[in-house]
Ligand binder design. Structure first.
Ligand code: MTE
Ligand code: MO
Length: 384
């Protein structure tokens, strides 16, 4: 069993698939703390977790003038400044189960918690590429940076992906070769000893257990870059889909969801008010500037309070424009509408480009169930 050396996992996780291991936390855990504890951070593996010896770990960098260069873990820790980035990682398939209700889609049936937020620390990819020979001459011809994982399928093919060169080398891109997650070495499930963190971009490009980086004129030829993680029209089906016709997903659209109360919950009306909590995030470093909440199925709206840290913490300065990599948690406490037995609660977020979430899933339905970001709705029952 290639999965026999997979690590132990936290029992609270909701498992979508055992082998490979895919799981998400119960939604209410996401809004318990601004930083998601690593043990309950959602886990999305395509293959067995590789066992990597940190002492012999080597990162190969190829495609730059002067030939290949390799870096040990020690090199990454000592030759480059350590940089911290708080960044949210979201899977392209987050909230797929809601899109599936419109019409069946293919993929793991994620709820609303295939998204989590951590503090990542490591070397900047930009600094490592510069040390390996990147320069203005390379920018003349290179367009993409590929990442290869040390996790391999039965044929020996590694997980792989690529990002645009300008994201990889920009001083404002904040792409990391992270060796710490939440102040500790990265847990095996999240890429020990080194993973790429591409803030603002779909989770699939943040390659875990990264073993090789290639600077190239072309995108990665990996299955996950070419034949997966792309969006299509609702009219496209498995007989007509042409994966070459659509671009690979990079930045994700604006997203939000309600973590509390849970769908179907019973709410005690005796204190007369209701507290609703959730998360909101947008790709490309676009900051969430507002979350609207409705307690009456979308007839009226109230603005939620946004939080970018935990209660009792000193408020953090706002991120520089275009570099809002981390989610906002939000909360709204409002009087319960009188004499109702049932409420439909809805949330929708707005980002700094005034992008909004679509009202329903049908117009954004796609055969792979990705980019699933319509208004989130939960229905609760009110009891006396
Ligand atoms: N990297 C490798 N090497 N193998 C993988 O299976 N899964 C990707 C990405 N990086 C994956 C990977 C996907 S699809 C997502 S959403 C994120 O890792 C999930 O990161 P997490 O497990 O740390 O939450
Ligand atoms: Mo993913």
């Amino acid at each position: 069993d290639p999965y026999s050396s997979d690590p132990e996992r936290h029992p609270v996780l909701r498992i979508n698939s055992h082998k490979p291991f895919n799981a998400e936390p119960p939604p209410e855990i996401l809004t318990d703390s601004y930083i998601t504890p690593s043990a309950v951070f959602f886990k999305r593996n395509h293959l067995p977790v590789p066992q990597v010896d940190p002492a012999s770990y080597q990162l190969q960098v190829e495609g730059l003038p002067g030939g290949g260069v390799t870096f040990s873990l020690e090199d990454l820790k000592t030759r480059f400044p350590k940089h911290d980035v708080t960044a949210t990682v979201q899977c392209a398939g987050n909230r797929r189960s809601e899109m599936d209700r419109v019409k069946q889609v293919k993929g793991l049936s994620w709820g609303i918690a295939a998204i989590s937020n951590a503090k990542w620390s490591g070397a900047r990819l930009r600094d490592v590429l510069l040390a390996a020979g990147y320069g203005p001459d390379v920018a003349q011809w290179a367009r993409h940076v590929h990442f290869e994982g040390l996790d391999k399928d039965v044929t020996g093919a590694a997980y792989g992906a690529s990002i645009p060169l300008n994201k990889a080398v920009s001083e404002e891109g904040d792409v990391l070769l992270a060796y710490e997650m939440n102040g500790e070495k990265i847990p095996p499930d999240h890429g020990f000893p080194v993973r790429v963190v591409v803030p603002g971009v779909v989770g699939a490009r943040s390659v875990k257990w990264v073993g090789k980086i290639v600077v190239s004129a072309e995108e990665s030829s990996s299955h996950w870059q070419q034949n997966d993680y792309k969006g299509f029209s609702p009219g496209t089906d498995w007989d007509t889909v042409d994966y070459k016709s659509a671009p690979a997903i990079q930045e994700l659209p604006v997203q939000s969801a309600i973590t509390l109360p849970a769908d179907g919950a019973l709410i005690d009306s005796s204190d007369g008010s209701l507290t609703v909590k959730g998360y909101a995030w947008s790709g490309g470093g676009r900051e969430v500037v507002r979350v609207d909440v409705s307690l009456d199925g979308g007839q009226t709206w109230q603005v939620a309070e946004l939080k970018s840290g935990d209660e009792g913490q000193a408020p953090k300065p706002p991120p520089p424009p275009g570099r809002a990599w981390a989610w906002k948690l939000w909360e709204l406490t409002a009087p319960l509408p009188p004499q109702v037995q049932e409420l439909e609660i809805i949330c929708k977020a707005v980002d700094s480009s005034y992008n909004v979430q679509p009202e329903t899933f049908a117009p954004i339905w796609n055969l792979r169930g990705v980019l699933s970001n319509a208004w989130h709705r939960v229905t609760v029952k009110i009891t006396e």
